[in-house]
Design a protein around this ligand. Structure first.
Ligand code: IPM
Ligand code: MG
Length: 370
């Protein structure tokens, strides 16, 4: 199989972690006889410094001509004081809009080897396995007007929460389709006791659920959902919600199973390439120090193999390689949990690669030390 992959490294640790994912994709190509071509584009603060724009047209072109996009992370203190249109995050929001990436899928799964890194006790977290489906191109993030105004003679501000019914319908349909293949439960999160947009969201969820008689639909208010995620995360299968609620809940959920650094995400397009990125940010404090955890990005590359290229065996082999090195005890700082020996980014990448290229040999070595 021959595929073009756009790589947007971005800022901070973005470069180090995407380099890792590219190395792993190259190893997959080698082991399974595929050809992956990588085209690099600028995004975020680095792109502002180079071109004056957080998302140059050239980058959008590279992405549109690709079969899938891999992204690192954007942002950093250097650009914090810029006006809104010149902030690195703008690049991320614009690429989501330009590629119609309407759904962000964030799986939260339990790794037994990392149970000590979770802030929750093991019995609460064991076997947690759910997916957050976040609407990504609507709501408060994109509504207009979004501006400073004057009201009653004083400074005021307006942000707009706008959704079309069709935008709600397509993300809810995706959530139900995912649930059909899993534990057949959708938790739709809203604030229907206050917001009109949430009441329409709830109605739409009910309508879509009619087409999925074997999937159970429950509605949950967002404040309660924030509490239930900590109190009893095992109850969830698919959580589906609008853009802003999804942003907040997915960061909360991401630490349940250990570390933000572990988690991948996939952003699904209505048409054209999907985009794959880790959930974590650009972590400027550790950038360039060979300390970042590359696993979130490597698992995002595995999702790319599965969802964009239909390469299930290859995706599984990458996930297996990650699990193997974790079981073996390799730990970057974020998942070290006090363990004295810290694995560097580059060492983690090369061990995952070695495991991928020779899974049998590694399991023999591990067997010998067991
Ligand atoms: C995320 C991030 C972004 C968001 C920021 C960087 C604009 O927090 O992908 O969750 O809010 O969507
Ligand atoms: Mg976020």
């Amino acid at each position: 199989m021959k595929r073009n992959i756009a790589v947007l490294q971005g800022d901070g640790i973005g470069k180090e972690v995407t380099r890792g994912a590219v190395e792993i994709l190259e190893a997959v190509a080698q082991r399974y006889g595929h050809e992956f071509d990588f085209q690099y584009g600028d995004i975020g603060g680095g792109a502002i410094d180079l071109t004056g724009s957080p998302l140059p047209d050239e980058t959008v072109k590279i992405c549109k001509n690709s079969d899938a996009v891999l992204l690192g992370a954007v942002g950093g203190p250097k650009w914090d004081d810029q006006p809104a249109h010149l902030r690195p995050e703008r690049g991320l929001l614009k690429i989501r809009k330009d590629l119609n990436l309407y759904a962000n899928i964030r799986p939260i799964s339990y790794y037994s080897s990392l149970s000590e890194s979770s802030p929750l006790k093991k019995e609460f977290i064991e076997d947690v396995d759910f997916v957050i489906v976040r609407e990504l191109t609507g709501g408060l993030y994109f509504g207009t007007p979004s501006e400073r105004v004057e009201r009653d003679g004083e400074e005021a501000v307006v942000d707009t929460l706008f959704y079309q019914k069709s935008e709600m319908k397509r993300i809810l349909e995706l959530a139900f389709a995912l649930a059909s293949d899993r534990k057949k439960k959708v938790t739709s999160v809203d604030k229907a006791n206050v917001l009109e947009s949430s009441r329409m969201w709830r109605e739409t969820a009910e309508e879509v659920s009619n087409d999925y008689p074997d999937v159970t639909l429950e509605h949950m208010l967002v404040d309660n959902a924030a509490m239930q995620l900590i109190k009893n995360p095992k109850q969830f299968d698919i959580i589906v919600t609008e853009n802003m609620f999804g942003d907040i809940l997915s960061d909360e959920a991401s630490v349940l199973t250990g570390s933000l650094g572990m988690l991948p995400s996939a952003s699904i397009s209505t048409q054209g390439p999907n985009l794959y990125e880790p959930i974590h940010g650009s972590a400027p404090d550790i950038a360039g120090k060979n300390l970042a955890n590359p696993i979130g990005t490597i698992l995002s590359a595995a999702s790319m193999l599965r969802l964009s290229f239909g390469l299930e065996d290859e995706a599984h082999a990458v996930e297996q390689a990650v699990e193997t090195v974790l079981e073996y005890g390799l730990r970057t700082g974020d998942i070290a949990n006090g363990q004295p020996e810290i694995t560097s980014t580059s060492e983690m990448i090369s061990e995952i690669k070695a495991s991928l290229l020779d899974q049998e040999a590694i399991s023999n070595i591990m067997g010998a030390y067991a």
